[in-house]
Design a protein around this ligand. Structure first.
Ligand code: DCP
Ligand code: MG
Length: 450
């Protein structure tokens, strides 16, 4: 039998408003409305302090309406950068209790504390310690739900806001959910709720009582899933959904090339970028995929599993080169891509052992990361590809400000290529390329790769 999981859902109370009240004591105990430029603004309320909620003010309400409902409300503009910094402080506290933290928005996260119980006590005790730590160190209150599944923990954290702590004991999930409205169930929107009402379903308990075959007949796979959830069953692992499934770079050449040096150095630059992103995310990859599109738009991918997961340039580059070499011989190449997948957090024991083996190498890598963070992705690539006519590979990172990227020189006709190999290929990714603006200086000599 598998061990019963202990999962916490934590959510900050009136987050943006609470931060403002924390930083401006004169706002404490007052109806604070965060959003836009005040009660005459056309925008909507981001959030309101619980004092303002007593007047009926809530998130997404037009500011003007909030002004009418709560004429003495104190309107405060949104300070996103500040809230983001506070959010990071909170997540850092959570990570002290378990490495399995899955942030799902700026102010909420799931924690799997199953493995932390020996150290910190049961779920309830851990919930209390987290609440105390955040109150003491970040000066904010949170609400916590403790349960055996993510779904139940999330519903629980919302029940006694603000400053709540609701524990659902193992085995009582269905009973806990039964009286609650089906609108609280994940994946049940207004449309599904209306359809379910035709069957007399109003509460989660009503839904749980419907026979599975009826749910499947009426709603297909989705029906089976919500039926399971209504009965409190939900195997979704913490951290199992959100983190990137792969990290990849692609580069489209301005002019199709068969120059081996150019191809190799492009692979090197991309491998370097991928490795850096892996380290930034604190994960290692076990699989490397290269993507090669030739001048006729024929696209292939080649994939290989590494002997050990890595976040370092060298094994990624060596593998990418190995995979690409037989495919690029005598072919004019339009696009190259390197993707790392099979991502996982390194096992701490393995991590320490590996680091003991190669502390110097780590140091070099960390120094490189620092430069990269300070001066941007291109700094390191530039140093390595100094003076080359190669553009740095495009950083496929949604966090890269838009003005730093240039989108899709490719024209979409690529997608229609019949030869396009599906394996390891993300169908939804746009081909994006950096500008070829590194055309300064002479070609340096490069080390032969084989
Ligand atoms: N937010 C927003 N617009 C919305 C909803 C939320 O700008 N429509 C922002 C402001 C909130 C923050 O996200 O402070 C977190 O959202 P929550 O839904 O968790 O709301 P609060 O934390 O404000 O209140 P609660 O105590 O209900 O969690
Ligand atoms: Mg909140």
């Amino acid at each position: 039998m598998t061990q019963t999981r202990t999962i916490l859902h934590v959510d900050l109370d009136a987050f943006f408003a609470a931060v403002e009240q924390r930083d401006r004591p004169e706002l404490r105990g007052k109806p604070v409305i965060v959003g836009g430029g005040g009660p005459n603004d056309r925008g909507v309320v981001s959030t309101a302090s619980y004092e303002a909620r007593a007047f009926g003010v809530h998130s997404a309400m037009p500011l003007r309406q909030a002004g009418r409902l709560c004429p003495h409300g104190i309107f405060v503009p949104v300070d996103g950068a500040k809230y983001l910094a506070v959010s990071r402080d909170v997540m850092a506290v959570l990570r002290r209790f378990t490495p399995l933290v899955e942030p799902i928005s700026i102010d909420e996260a799931f924690l799997d504390v199953t493995g932390s119980r020996g150290l910190f006590g049961d779920g309830e005790a851990i919930g209390r310690q987290i609440k105390d730590a955040i109150r003491r160190e970040v000066e904010l209150t949170i609400s916590v739900g403790v349960a055996t599944t993510k779904l139940v923990a999330k519903i629980a954290s919302d029940l006694r806001k603000p400053d709540g702590l609701v524990v659902v004991e193992p085995g009582t999930e269905a009973e806990f959910l039964a009286p609650l409205s089906i609108s609280r169930l994940w994946g049940v929107g207004a449309k599904s709720a209306a359809a379910l009402r035709e069957y007399g379903v109003r509460t989660i308990g009503d839904l749980a009582a419907l026979p599975d075959d009826l749910l499947v007949r009426r709603f297909g796979k989705y029906g089976a899933a919500i039926g399971e959830r209504a009965r409190g069953r939900d195997a979704d692992p913490v951290g199992g959904r959100d983190p990137a499934k792969s990290i990849g770079h692609e580069h489209t050449f301005d002019v199709d090339t068969s120059d081996r040096e150019v191809i190799e150095r492009t692979l090197l630059g991309m491998s370097e970028g991928v490795a850096g992103r892996l380290r930034d995310s604190g994960v290692r990859a076990s699989t490397i995929t290269v993507k090669i599109r030739d001048t006729t738009f024929r696209t292939i991918t080649r994939q290989r599993t590494l002997p050990a997961p890595t976040d370092l340039t060298e094994p990624i580059f060596r593998t990418a080169l190995d995979l690409a070499r037989p495919e690029v011989r005598g072919v004019r190449i339009r696009l190259l891509g390197v993707t790392a997948s099979g991502l996982g957090e390194p096992d701490q024991a393995v991590l320490f052992a590996a680091e003991a083996d190669e502390p110097r190498r780590r140091k070099v890598v960390e120094a490189a990361d620092e430069v990269r963070h300070k001066y941007g992705e291109r700094a390191i690539t530039r140093a390595r590809l100094v003076g080359s006519r190669l553009p740095a590979p495009f950083e496929r990172d949604p966090m890269t400000p838009v003005d730093k990227r240039s989108i899709a020189v490719d024209d979409g006709s690529d997608e229609a290529t019949p030869d396009r190999a599906a394996e390891g290929d993300e169908g939804d990714e746009a081909d994006e390329a950096d500008e070829a603006d590194e055309a300064d200086g002479p070609e340096p000599g490069i080390e032969p790769m084989d």
